[in-house]
Design a protein around this ligand. Structure first.
Ligand code: AMP
Length: 593
């Protein structure tokens, strides 16, 4: 059956094993992605038993990359990208050069030819989009200043990769004259000007294609794509809307790759970005979310499939050197570069941690290097081992970076150069302010959006002792401007709840729409303070039950309250008379009474 339906087999094996091993990893307090990678190793060719189709795995992973980059584009405007250019552009270039140099040095020690060393070094210098974005998303950093710098940095690396992939075959053909013909566009341009294009011409042709794509997206796409989405939205069909979002993401990414030679990831990023200014961008993001998460899991499974665990025993020192360059060498380079741009230690550490891994681009480079006879087989194996090990280590690198940040920034007077006290040409850092509150006997409000914002306003005007836990940077700034104490962070984390002194609070109001996270927050808060009075927000009966099961004393279901208010209005107009204040709905309201 496996051979007849390879796609179904890989989907079934990939999802089922990733789920089981991800759940085991979670239980062991490891990041779930470690489980996904091991699932890949299990279905890969280097372990006994069922072997999934590797090529299909890589294509499915690519869909994950497209959807992730589309999602990032949706949260990113041209302005955001432009605002981080001063750090991201030189940062990425200098870091890539440093990492390539280190990789080249390692290859030289291993006795490889210069071309192989160059490809090896380049492969170690580019971070994986999926790993970086997942790390930022899990920590809710995508929209923070440091998150934007990291994404901008990634875009520059992506562009550099597009160039490298075009130039390497050309460089190889310069070395070995019998190699395949030049790029067709370069040839056409060359013919037009009556000259044969060399490397310089190729660079020009590649940049011209990327430029043409970006210009087309910013001029035509920016008008046409949002218009199309609005048009679909007006059809009133949710299904069509969802389909439209997917068609835009995949269609533009695929078209960009086919017509302009741009990477799929970059194409998808621009598709998202031209939509980001549309009022429907949030809805579009929500529609692509479940698919994005599913395919991101397949990315890790397919990466795991490439891994041959025996290399760690066969060539321990080479593997160690490779991982060292990726995790330590690149991090130190990025850290110093970011500090040189007068960003804070916290930003430098986050960016270093984000980039201390390699992934899909490196696999592509390794394959190309093999095909061009430039990279030895051992190079590919080391790149894959380095990728897997650095991806597994990445969550721990983040934890280490965070501890280091608290140590350095938490001290009363750390290195003055690291503080943004000196006049800086860059915009101010995002609020970090992870100090514990001095409040006790207070109210803790989670989320200050449409619901929590109104609650916060009332608590403020009545002079209540309270603070807000928020994870959206613009909201944090607005709240602080209004004189409200804020603990920035995700309320589902115990650390944030501790900083908000939930143990010493009287009341917890969880006013966020996501019942899963609300449940986590309530569960942890209850454990920290059994006497806490907990009020939750829900959108369905099932969510009400869920939150009550985890310890909420009272759960307000938004939809029911809207119905009540509507009935009250009708009542005022003499329609549907009766006791509108009571529970006139089909089911009693145990949660709100
Ligand atoms: P709304 O749905 O408009 O009431 O907005 C919800 C608010 O809660 C937004 O400002 C979010 O940034 C914030 N929020 C959502 N989830 C969390 C969370 N897990 N921790 C902290 N704040 C959150």
């Amino acid at each position: 059956m496996h051979h007849e339906t390879p796609l179904i087999s890989i989907l079934v094996a990939g999802f089922v094993l990733a789920f089981l091993l991800g759940a085991v990893a979670h239980r062991l307090k490891l990041p779930p992605l470690v489980g996904y990678l091991i699932a890949g190793v299990v279905v890969g060719p280097h372990t006994p038993g069922y072997v999934a189709n590797q090529q299909l795995g890589q294509q499915l992973a690519e869909v994950g990359v497209i959807l992730l980059m589309f999602g990032v584009g949706l949260h990113f405007s041209v302005k955001d990208l432009w605002s981080v250019r001063a750090v991201a552009l030189p940062g990425a270039i200098v870091q890539m050069a440093a990492a390539t140099g280190l990789g080249f040095g390692l290859a030289w020690l291993l006795g490889w030819p210069a071309g192989g060393g160059l490809i090896f070094g380049l492969a170690l210098s580019v971070a994986s989009t999926v790993v970086l974005l997942k790390a930022l998303q899990d920590r809710r950093l995508v929209e923070s200043t440091r998150g934007r710098i990291a994404v901008g940095w990634l875009i520059v690396e992506d562009l550099a990769m597009v160039l490298a992939l075009v130039l390497l075959p050309a460089a190889a053909s310069v070395g070995a004259s019998d190699h395949g013909g030049p790029d067709p566009l370069a040839a056409a341009l060359g013919a037009a000007f009556g000259v044969e294009l060399g490397l310089g011409g190729l660079i020009f042709a590649t940049l011209a294609k990327v430029g043409a794509f970006v210009a087309l997206m910013l001029v035509v796409g920016r008008r046409f794509v949002p218009w199309m989405l609005h048009w679909i939205a007006h059809s009133g069909s949710r299904e069509l809307f969802r389909l439209g979002v997917l068609a835009i993401a995949l269609g533009i990414a695929g078209g960009a790759a086919q017509l302009f030679g741009v990477s799929l990831a970059l194409g998808a990023f621009f598709a998202g970005m031209v939509l980001s200014e549309s009022p429907l961008s949030q809805a579009a993001a929500n529609e692509s979310l479940p698919l994005r998460d599913a395919f991101a899991v397949l990315f890790f499974v397919s990466a795991g499939m490439l891994f041959d665990p025996t290399i760690v025993l066969r060539e321990p020192w080479s593997v160690f050197g490779t991982v060292f360059v990726i995790v330590i060498g690149k991090s130190i380079a990025a850290f110093l570069i970011v500090l040189a741009f007068r960003r804070s230690v916290g930003t430098a550490l986050t960016i270093s941690a984000s980039l201390a891994q390699i992934g899909e681009f490196s696999f592509i480079l390794a394959e190309l290097g093999l095909k061009l006879n430039m990279l030895p087989e051992a190079g590919r194996d080391l790149i894959i081992a380095g990728a897997i090990i650095s991806i597994i280590l990445n969550p721990f690198v983040f934890i280490f970076a965070e501890r280091l940040r608290v140590r350095i920034e938490g001290k009363p007077a750390p290195k003055p150069a690291a503080e943004p006290a000196a006049p800086s040409p860059e915009p101010a850092e995002e609020p970090s302010g992870a100090e514990p509150t001095a409040l006790s006997g207070h109210v803790v409000l989670v989320g200050a959006g449409r619901v929590g914002g109104l609650v916060a306003e009332r608590l403020r005007t009545t002079g209540e002792s309270f603070l807000v836990i928020e994870d959206s940077e613009p909201r944090i700034v607005a709240l602080r401007d209004a004189g409200v104490e804020v603990v920035p962070g995700n309320a589902a984390s115990e650390e944030t709840l501790t900083l908000a002194n939930v143990a010493g609070a009287t009341t917890l109001v969880v006013a966020i729409p996501n019942a899963f996270e609300a449940g986590q927050a309530i569960d942890q808060a209850r454990r920290l303070n059994p006497d806490l009075h907990v009020v939750g927000r829900a959108h369905s009966e099932a969510e009400v039950e869920h939150l009550r099961g985890l310890g909420a004393d009272m759960v307000i279901m938004g939809e029911r309250e809207i119905a009540r208010a509507m009935l009250a209005v009708l009542n005022e107009h003499g329609v549907a008379g009766g006791d509108a204040a009571g529970p006139p709905l089909l089911r009693p309201a145990p949660s709100t009474g």
